[in-house]
Design a binder for this molecule. Structure first.
Ligand SMILES: Cc1cc2nc3c(=O)[nH]c(=O)nc-3n(C[C@H](O)[C@H](O)[C@H](O)COP(=O)(O)OP(=O)(O)OC[C@H]3O[C@@H](n4cnc5c(N)ncnc54)[C@H](O)[C@@H]3O)c2cc1C
Length: 390
């Protein structure tokens, strides 16, 4: 069984969804997914083929070589790729979202002209340098320092959990450039080439999202021109607005879409398994406790679908969607954990082996309420947006 989309959607999105689904089924079979997971790696050759379908242009305007921003289609691509795990969805996000979406929303005219056509072709990959050893959710307290010297910014400090730092063309890096100012007036986003002099990376061992390493990154007197400031030199100390803007709203959807894809894959697998595994003379799906677990999981999965695409349509129409994207990230990440654990129970001992995908999907789903703005941080955002005060 493969759970199908149940919501009405534009015809071109359905066509793209079907194309990506066929691509995944044909090119990313289980034995390859297992090998990528074990080696913490993603398939460069398949990603190239994916880029040739044009999907990296879905977050980029036509005037910059993209297909025109189409958030619903881009979210559907992540959903379908994530059914095979993070191995293709991850690099797609590094290109179309960390790169294409952020530069489209926040880049200077020069950055847009230089970077967006290459991002649309899938030729550039970005990494996110937000977290630090002592900084998780509280991003305004980043300690990595940027000092202006003439026409250059000299960067010193450390980032942690920087996924893809060892192969990214640019690290989209949040730094403090005015230590004596209030924190929200001290932040700057800067594009640091991954191979710049003074950048060193070392991988961190982790159990989830193993399409690549997440790394510790050290910046030791790394010099970049002021033009590397995202938005151009005038955006020095102006990153707080970029952190809270449309790019962040779409970022929450991108994490939610991954989660939804993983949860769908987990349920697909458990659903089939329950009809094949026979105990006490019948398929275990015939035992009420098992059937109820599956039915509850599928009902919650459908609720996730509605929240995800409702928020994606709002973002696509450029309507205010801070509330809906936070609710989608919160609900889908937390519900994804429930679905993972239910499917794990249904598949019994085999869920703890590597014979199926469930073990990886459980590992990945358990991490989703933590990464990309934790569930607690989404609750804080929503309490603030709804002006809940004591
Ligand atoms: C595999 C992986 C890949 C990652 N990739 C990247 C990446 O590419 N780039 C990047 O920048 N980061 C990345 N991260 C880091 C990730 O985004 C952070 O883990 C996340 O922001 C949470 O930060 P933290 O884990 O340090 O938690 P903390 O902020 O230290 O929080 C710990 C706990 O306390 C809770 N908490 C903290 N403050 C509050 C509060 N005010 N109110 C209520 N609860 C609170 C949190 O919800 C959480 O449960 C990655 C992490 C992993 C595991």
């Amino acid at each position: 069984m493969m759970i199908q989309n149940t919501l009405p959607e534009p015809e071109h999105v359905t066509a793209l969804r079907n194309q990506i689904r066929r691509f995944v089924v044909e090119k990313a079979p289980r034995h390859r997914r297992r090998a990528w997971d074990k080696s913490h790696d993603w398939p460069r050759d398949l990603f190239r083929e994916l880029c040739d379908l044009g999907v990296c242009g879905l977050t980029i305007a036509e005037e910059h070589g993209g297909l025109g921003q189409d958030i619903v289609a881009a979210v559907a691509v992540i959903e379908e790729l994530s059914r095979a795990g993070p191995f293709l969805a991850g690099p797609f996000i590094h290109c179309a979202f960390y790169g294409g979406m952020n530069i489209s929303e926040n880049g200077s005219p020069t950055q847009k002209a230089e970077l967006l056509p290459r991002l649309a072709r899938g030729e550039l990959l970005f990494a996110y340098g937000l977290s630090e050893p002592d900084v998780g959710g509280d991003l305004s307290s980043v300690k990595t320092r940027g000092r202006v010297e003439g026409n250059e910014l000299v960067v010193n400090g450390a980032k942690r959990w920087c996924t893809g730092a060892d192969w990214a063309d640019y690290i989209y890096c949040l730094i403090n450039t005015a230590p004596d100012s209030p924190r929200r007036e001290a932040l700057t986003f800067v594009l640091i080439p991954g191979n710049a002099k003074g950048v060193t990376t070392s991988p961190i061992e982790h159990v989830n999202l193993r399409y690549t390493a997440s790394s510790d990154v050290h910046f030791d007197n790394v010099c970049v021109p002021l033009d590397a400031i995202v938005g151009g030199p005038a955006k020095l100390n102006k990153a707080w607005g970029m952190l809270a803007g449309r790019a962040l709203d779409v970022e929450k959807l991108e994490v939610a879409a991954c989660t939804f894809g993983f949860a769908q894959a987990a349920l697909d697998e458990a659903w089939t398994y329950a009809q094949e595994r026979v105990q006490f003379g019948k398929a275990i799906a015939g035992h009420q406790a098992v059937a109820h677990r599956l039915v509850t999981a599928r009902t919650k999965l459908e609720a996730c679908r509605h929240m995800l695409y409702h928020a994606a349509h709002l973002a696509n129409d450029e309507k205010a969607c801070g509330v809906e994207t936070s609710m989608a990230k919160l609900f889908i990440a937390d519900t994804g954990v429930e679905i993972a654990l239910a499917c794990q129970q249904v598949m019994g001992a085999y869920a703890l082996s590597d014979a199926y995908d469930i073990d990886r999907n459980v590992r990945d789903l358990l991490g989703m309420p933590i990464v990309g703005g934790s569930s607690d941080m989404q609750r804080n955002n929503l309490a603030g947006l709804w002006r809940l005060r004591g």
